[in-house]
Write a protein of this length. Structure first.
Ligand code: SF4
Length: 269
């Protein structure tokens, strides 16, 4: 049950690839929420991008998994739609890209967030981090994206790599590499963790996760998200087996316990 605290600074000395912007990349959007209040600071226009390679057992949006479907938007089209709601954003709000997994469409994200910053719009990236890699051309694109990203909301689904793979289909190695890159380069994060009985709700893992988060910089908030069963209906509609059948949401006491072990009160700004 050893946790590998990955740090991969050496690869950053590799010759950077110049990012040649893709002209007017199209983003495929699953859905839009015009008054999001939990997807970053303030009130936000949230675009849920289509596509995700992970298969989290607790995912409540399996309809976002397919890659290459969804409604096509250019960055200009999406910003034009979002600007109808600008009056509600106040000082803190803005645009969030969530998913699915938004980093799958990184060319679109770069174009969108760059144009947002040109117009003074706050940008937030909600990501599970799975597409992250130090390999090119992704890594140079990621660094470019970070120039225009005010905040990243990052999930750590499980701190143990083996358990992470069982829960999501992938190891957490790349995800922790991405988080450590952000931590080492001044990119602000909110870290979130879904508390699931029989999966993540064990003190030994929660304590390790809490210790790990304490090694990071630029973490502005840590949140425990209690597992819920609202996604079951979608699985039934799509004819997919629901992997967590019979597992109930955690009790209030367990949520409080997790918040203590993750030291959430120390971060909340
Ligand atoms: S990363 Fe998000 S969208 Fe993808 S399977 Fe997991 S919970 Fe669902």
């Amino acid at each position: 049950m050893n946790i590998k605290f990955t740090t991969n600074l050496s690869t950053e000395t590799a010759t950077p690839t110049e990012v040649v912007p893709v002209k007017d990349p199209v983003g495929y959007v699953h859905s839009i929420e015009t008054f999001g209040s939990v997807d970053g600071p303030g009130i936000r226009f949230v675009a849920f991008l289509q596509g995700c390679r992970m298969r989290c057992e607790f995912c409540h949006n399996p309809d976002t998994w397919n890659i290459g479907t969804g409604d096509p938007y250019t960055a200009d089209e999406l910003i034009a739609k979002a600007l109808d709601y600008r009056a509600f954003w106040g000082k803190e709000g803005g645009i969030t890209c969530s998913g699915g997994e938004s980093l799958i469409q990184i060319d679109f994200l770069i174009d969108l967030f760059k144009k947002c910053k040109e117009q003074g719009i706050n940008t937030c990236l909600d990501t599970c981090g799975q597409p992250f890699t130090y390999k090119e051309p992704f890594f140079s694109k990621f660094k470019e994206l970070m120039k225009y990203t005010d905040l990243s909301m990052v999930d750590i689904k499980h701190i143990d790599p083996v358990e992470h793979k069982k829960l999501t289909g992938f190891s957490n190695e790349r995800i922790l590499e991405m988080i450590e890159y952000m931590s080492n380069h001044g990119h602000h994060m909110w870290i979130r963790h879904v508390l699931i009985p029989e999966r993540t709700d064990y003190d030994v893992y929660l304590k390790k996760l809490g210790d790990y988060i304490q090694t990071l910089h630029y973490v502005d908030r840590v949140e425990v998200l209690p597992y819920h069963t609202m996604g079951i209906v979608k699985y039934e509609k799509m004819g997919i087996n629901y992997p967590l059948k019979g597992i109930e949401p955690p009790t209030h006491d367990r949520v409080v316990n997790a918040e203590q072990l993750l030291h959430t009160a120390d971060y909340h700004k």
